[in-house]
Design a protein around this ligand. Structure first.
Ligand SMILES: N[C@@H]1[C@@H](O)[C@H](O)[C@@H](COP(=O)(O)O)O[C@@H]1O
Length: 234
């Protein structure tokens, strides 16, 4: 794994954007995108750049089950607000959280991933090492699934909702196996709260206990992290 240490999230966004820009110049057509606070500075770089994404495709990692795209807490809404309204793509895919039929929703998404192989995947990481919404215990070779969120993830997400009861308990998430098929991966992590997860990702064994540790087996991963997130590395 390549590790780039940055002083803050703005620098992280700039470093990630440099890699993305070079990749697009080299022909990348499909971007795998993530939500959460970590990729926001990268999205800001993208929206303030002169790059045109209207010939490109984006495929997002995950969506809450039960939220419609116009729900302000949905990942559809997040992506529209931070990126797609300012830089439209030819096609932008996010799992359909409003479809209660998990089998149909996840199969449809696997087909989308198959038809749009990801050139560059952007990832954040959960405090427990989850990527997308692949919580600890997720199969490292999995495809798109309906997943139950852990108590710790629900707790972290509560800040975005008016009431803890409104926080969705389930999500549709791209699987780790699908993430691993991306040609190139950038993982962004900032802050002390991510230090344990980053240490387990880089120095720990490859195990379902830390889903991001699977990235050790990928040939082209770059971690962009700040000093605090890097503080527990060997
Ligand atoms: N499903 C998302 C993940 O894709 C994201 O990586 C994580 C961390 O978010 P943040 O970047 O806000 O710490 O949050 C959610 O769980």
């Amino acid at each position: 794994m390549n590790i780039i240490k940055v002083k803050d999230t703005d620098m992280g966004g700039k470093e990630a954007f440099k890699i993305m820009k070079a990749d697009i110049k080299n022909g990348a057509k499909v971007l795998g995108l993530a939500t959460g606070s970590s990729p926001i500075t990268l999205y800001n770089e993208m929206t303030s750049s002169d790059l045109d994404f209207s010939n490109m495709t984006s495929v997002n990692l995950d969506e809450y089950v039960g939220l419609k795209p116009d729900n302000e807490q949905s990942y559809h809404y997040f992506m529209k607000e931070h990126l797609f309204s300012k830089k439209p793509f030819k096609n932008s895919y996010v799992p359909d959280g409003s479809n209660p039929d998990a089998e149909a929703a996840t199969k449809a998404y696997d087909k989308i991933i198959e038809e749009n192989p990801i050139d560059l995947q952007i990832l954040g990481i959960g405090r427990n090492g989850h990527i997308g919404f692949n919580e600890p215990g997720s199969p490292l070779d999995g495809t798109t699934r309906k997943v139950g969120l852990t108590e710790s993830t629900i707790e972290v997400n509560t800040r975005f909702f008016d009431d803890e009861k409104d926080v969705p308990r389930f999500a549709y998430s791209m699987g780790i196996g699908s993430i691993m098929k991306a040609k190139k991966i950038i993982l962004l992590a900032y802050g002390e709260a991510k230090a344990d997860a980053i240490a387990a990702t880089v120095d720990g064994p490859v195990t379902e206990d830390c889903p991001a540790s699977a990235l050790q087996n990928h040939p082209d991963v770059t971690l962009i992290i700040d000093e605090a997130a890097a503080s527990k590395l060997k």
